[in-house]
Write a new protein. Structure first.
Length: 139
C-alpha cells in the first residue's frame, strides 16, 4: 500500500484527478492518498460467495404450520399439567426412551420445551420408563 509520498497518486498534482474522483464509492477509502489494487475491480472481489456460516435449516415446522398442527396449542392444554398421563407422554417418546424432536412431533417451540420438561418429570415420578418407551397393549 503506497501513501502520501508518491505524487503520481495525489489528487491535486495529477492531470487525471477527475479519474480518481470518479471511483465508485465502494472502492473509496478513508485515507486520502491510497493505492487501489487492481484485484478490487475483479468480479470475484465485488461479488463474494455465500457467507462462511450458512443459515441453519429449520429444525421443525414454521410458526403458522406448527400452530395448526400443535394439539396442545389448539386445545389450550399445558403439557406440564399432563405429566401424569402416561399414554400421552409415551406417544412423544421413542422406543429407546428419547424425546422425539420437533420435526417429528410438529409442535410449537414453546409446547415442545414444555413437553420435554413434562416427560422428564414423568420419568422422575416413575409414570413412564426412563430408558425405553412404555409398552402399551395396542402397540
Amino acid at each position: 500500500m503506497l501513501r502520501g509520498s508518491n505524487k503520481a497518486y495525489a489528487e491535486d498534482s495529477t492531470p487525471n484527478s477527475s479519474v480518481i474522483k470518479n471511483i465508485p464509492h465502494f472502492f473509496r477509502t478513508n485515507v486520502k492518498l491510497q493505492f487501489i489494487r487492481p484485484h478490487y475491480f475483479s468480479h470475484d472481489h465485488r461479488f463474494k460467495g455465500p457467507p462462511p456460516f450458512p443459515k441453519r435449516s429449520l429444525i421443525g415446522p414454521g410458526g403458522r404450520k406448527a400452530k395448526k398442527q400443535d394439539v396442545f396449542y389448539r386445545l389450550g392444554i399445558d403439557p406440564l399439567h399432563e405429566a401424569s398421563n402416561d399414554v400421552l407422554m409415551s406417544s412423544f417418546v421413542t422406543e429407546m426412551g428419547k424425546i422425539k424432536h420437533r420435526a417429528e412431533t410438529g409442535l410449537t417451540t414453546k409446547s415442545q420445551r414444555r413437553l420435554g420438561k413434562a416427560i422428564r418429570r414423568a420419568k422422575m415420578m416413575g409414570v413412564i420408563p426412563i430408558l425405553s418407551s412404555a409398552r402399551l397393549p395396542w402397540n
